[in-house]
Design a protein around this ligand. Sequence first.
Ligand SMILES: *[C@@H]1O[C@H](CO)[C@@H](O)[C@H](O)[C@H]1NC(C)=O
Ligand SMILES: *[C@@H]1O[C@H](CO)[C@@H](O)[C@H](O)[C@H]1NC(C)=O
Ligand SMILES: *[C@@H]1O[C@H](CO)[C@@H](O)[C@H](O)[C@H]1NC(C)=O
Ligand SMILES: *[C@@H]1O[C@H](CO)[C@@H](O)[C@H](O)[C@H]1NC(C)=O
Ligand SMILES: *[C@@H]1O[C@H](CO)[C@@H](O)[C@H](O)[C@H]1NC(C)=O
Ligand SMILES: *[C@@H]1O[C@H](CO)[C@@H](O)[C@H](O)[C@H]1NC(C)=O
Ligand SMILES: *[C@@H]1O[C@H](CO)[C@@H](O)[C@H](O)[C@H]1NC(C)=O
Length: 461
Amino acid sequence: MWVPGASQMPPSTKLCIEIILALLCQGRLCQAPVYRIQVPSRVTAQQGLCVLLPCNFKANFNSSGVAYKYWFLMDDDRDTSLAVATTDPGRALREPGGRIRLVGDAPDDCSLLISDVRAGDRDRYYFRFVKGDFKYSYYETQPLVDVTELSEQPVLRVPEVLLSGQLVNVTCQAPGTCSGTPPQITWTGGFDYTARNVSVALANGSVSYSSELSFTPAPGDDGKELVCTVTYPALVGVFTRRSVQLQVHYPPELLPQGNCTVWGHGPGGVATCHCAAEGNPPPHLEWRLPNRTLTGDFEGPELRATSWAQGPAVSGELRGPAGALANVSCVATNAHGQSQAVLTVVTAAGFSWTLVVALAVAGSLVLVVAGAAVAWKVVKGRQGGRVPTRAGRCQGTGDGQVCHSSEQQASTAPSHRQNATREEGALEKKGRGGGGGGGGRCYRERGDGEQFTEEHIYVNI
Ligand SMILES: *[C@@H]1O[C@H](CO)[C@@H](O)[C@H](O)[C@H]1NC(C)=O
Ligand SMILES: *[C@@H]1O[C@H](CO)[C@@H](O)[C@H](O)[C@H]1NC(C)=O
Ligand SMILES: *[C@@H]1O[C@H](CO)[C@@H](O)[C@H](O)[C@H]1NC(C)=O
Ligand SMILES: *[C@@H]1O[C@H](CO)[C@@H](O)[C@H](O)[C@H]1NC(C)=O
Ligand SMILES: *[C@@H]1O[C@H](CO)[C@@H](O)[C@H](O)[C@H]1NC(C)=O
Ligand SMILES: *[C@@H]1O[C@H](CO)[C@@H](O)[C@H](O)[C@H]1NC(C)=O
Ligand SMILES: *[C@@H]1O[C@H](CO)[C@@H](O)[C@H](O)[C@H]1NC(C)=O
């Protein structure tokens, strides 16, 4: 051991230092230095993306010679195996091409970058450093590179609400910032668009891959699905996608069939106006009359307006005297605009009073016939199956119970008027040992000799 200035020291001091050193050497200070490496024990990589294994190490950088860094698989031989990555041009690689490489220029940087990660990259790795006589393999820490399926989705930037007819730019950013094989970004949407590569190189040499789509939405694009798909060409079948449902707003547009149909003429004529419009958000309707404006839902002494919505469409109806509805405009409004039109007046086709009278007469006849039939049925029904109000009572328990029923005629059909006002009957309990109350059959004979049968449920009292 070399001690500074030891040769000039008096022997007693020299001895003293040697004793102190010997004492210290019983601890750990005199052991061979442990060369440390700082690296995560595990990193997780998604297939298709890249993964950086950040790494830093300590070694004897003082020894003379050129420095070489190596990464090997856990089971590789440090002297004979192909390296996973190395700065040594004399050492062959498992996979030439630089997919897995050492990054970081600092002498103590051992960071490893794996691009286009594939399932086969899952392994434990160890680092080795060589500089002249100094050679060290850092077996103590062998980080695990774990590989999972690609689960990260692209980032899709689309305005929440698009306005019809207005050019919009939306972007899709691929996950990861790899300098490996550039991913392909494709769009699907069912409308015309142009896409541009808007990838940007980052300061650290990585690239953020993005595509920008420019398009002009139309009202028909509302609700359509816009999908951005990112595929990683270095690997078969590895892709990720994200979709968004477009919300396209547009000003109202009146549908062409709006009109006012007039029934009859003169002061008695009535009119019904129809108007429909479409817009997003759904518009509201208004009716403009020569000297007043009515909302889509209005109830007045003469005029009545109703409106109803279905999806982006709104329909309305206005009824009133033909004179008041001679010059009506329909107005549809939403946040993005207004659309209005004067409704044409149409005289109801094939309309004639004769027809109405004929229809009314025919209708009345049908009603009269139907009424008569119903009346006849009712009368018949009453004769056969009157439902009298009644009260029943059973006396005694067990066999031989006698029940009395009395009933009040509810109806007074003419043929029974004189003798059928009050009836009494006795019930023979059927079955033996039946216990408490039960059902029974009650036979009764009416005064006019017409016998009928009824069943009653009697309850013991
Ligand atoms: C390397 O040399 C420097 C001075 O030249 C010294 O301070 C340092 O301790 C040495 N490192 C090792 C590991 O020997
Ligand atoms: C969309 O992108 C084009 C081309 O880069 C640009 O000219 C235009 O101003 C952008 N429009 C919007 C609304 O950002
Ligand atoms: C997009 O641009 C980046 C760099 O700007 C390039 O690396 C990449 O290959 C391009 N992608 C396509 C599909 O052209
Ligand atoms: C490069 O920088 C970006 C952000 O600035 C970071 O997300 C990425 O991990 C970096 N890549 C590497 C290989 O250092
Ligand atoms: C009048 O409106 C009704 C109801 O919207 C429609 O069915 C009819 O075709 C319209 N008539 C004309 C002539 O536009
Ligand atoms: C509407 O105008 C008519 C004449 O054009 C008038 O008689 C009537 O009073 C007006 N109604 C209202 C509510 O102003
Ligand atoms: C109907 O009303 C519009 C305005 O609402 C007006 O310009 C037009 O002259 C009117 N037509 C008739 C025949 O009164």
